[in-house]
Design a protein around this ligand. Structure first.
Ligand code: G3P
Length: 226
């Protein structure tokens, strides 16, 4: 399972990569707008920061197939091999996915709110399907159930595609899909910090340090005596 950061702030991305086992970054137009910088420059900076081997998912901003395809080709040229192009899972989007997949461009079908949208995107050749877990919950449906149904559809039809679950608001949603085992999750920095935000953990680590200090001289660390 891959773990990605759903964010475009360079300082935050760098900090999260230093702390967590991260496989890449996902962005969308709203996430880029929050940064206020020219989006082309910001995407290039993110690619430079994470290097050529990590996955970078960036979204086209168009409603018509031809424009989606033109943007997708330019984004891949600009951002390199491990770039996934997020295409909205709409009618025009499915057609664009099909043609771009034939050109060898890696597609992440985004804006998925229902299992049948997932089915159509998988059939159109998307490499990843991105259900919006929390946004589905906010509509009064069950985001985790929709995501699991899509996983069942992938397995039953033997599609060469994986889930990239997005839009999380809490650790429980993450745990549920980690247990189920989906292809990838993308989390915002707030959700990342919640994964290990436990005072009992800090307390236990602090106790180990305090106890061990009695074996060392003033100012010494374990490394000093190894
Ligand atoms: O990239 C799409 C998805 O991650 C949106 O998340 O938090 O805006 O619901 P959110």
């Amino acid at each position: 399972m891959k773990l990605l950061i759903d964010h475009a702030n360079l300082t935050d991305i760098k900090g999260l990569i230093e702390l967590f086992p991260i496989d890449g970054v996902t962005t969308n137009p709203t996430i880029l707008a929050k940064e206020g910088e020219n989006p082309k420059e910001r995407l290039i900076s993110i690619r430079k920061l994470i290097g050529p081997d990590m996955d970078l998912h960036c979204q086209v901003v168009a409603t018509k197939k031809e424009e989606m395809m033109a943007q997708a080709r330019k984004l891949v040229d600009m951002l390199g091999k491990n770039t996934y192009i997020k295409i909205p899972s709409s009618g025009e989007g499915f057609k664009a996915m099909e043609e771009l997949a034939k050109e060898g461009i890696k597609i992440t079908a985004t804006g998925i709110y229902s299992p049948l949208q997932g089915f159509l995107a998988a059939k159109a050749g998307a490499k990843y399907l991105a259900p919006y877990v929390n946004r589905i919950d906010n509509l009064g449906y069950d985001g985790l159930a929709v995501t699991k149904k899509i996983q069942n559809i992938i397995e039953a039809n033997d599609f060469g595609t994986e889930i990239l679950a997005a839009s999380f608001k809490n650790s429980n949603q993450v745990l549920d899909l980690v247990e189920r085992g989906v292809g990838a999750l993308t989390l915002g920095p707030d959700v990342f910090s919640g994964l290990v935000n436990d005072r009992n953990v800090d307390f236990a680590i602090g106790n180990f340090e305090d106890d061990f200090r009695s074996l060392l001289e003033e100012g010494q660390t374990f490394l000093d005596i190894l």
